[in-house]
Design a protein around this ligand. Sequence first.
Ligand code: THU
Length: 130
Amino acid sequence: MSDDLLQAAHAARNRAHAPYSNFKVGAAVRGASGRVYGGCNVENAAYPEGICAEASAIGAMVLAGESKIVEVLVVGISEAPVTPCGGCRQKIREFAAPDTPIHVAGADGVQMTLTLEALLPQSFGPDNLS
Ligand code: THU
């Protein structure tokens, strides 16, 4: 994995708005163009209205005009790896193929790499609606 995803996710994590959980998360997605889009979690005083880092990275990618994710990286602040939450797995699914690598990073770099299929097997996606 090249370093640009890791750098983008770390930079994004620094911008996280997480005053309620104090759990800052950064994510980076690579679009089909090769460009990388960062995102951070943005919490809200009305707790359920907060959004995850993956969701904001996906929003940045879509805003830039891309619609395919080829690689994802997530980095939290804990020792334990931060794998994408269930909702984010589905959000990634909208734009990514089953074999898309999802890297989970810790303080020392990438801790593990999983595929979207491993994280969200037998998933529902755009094809189900056609
Ligand atoms: N969080 C993410 O940003 N991504 C995940 O995949 C897991 C959880 C955020 C949401 C909330 O702001 C904080 O981490 C604690 O749950």
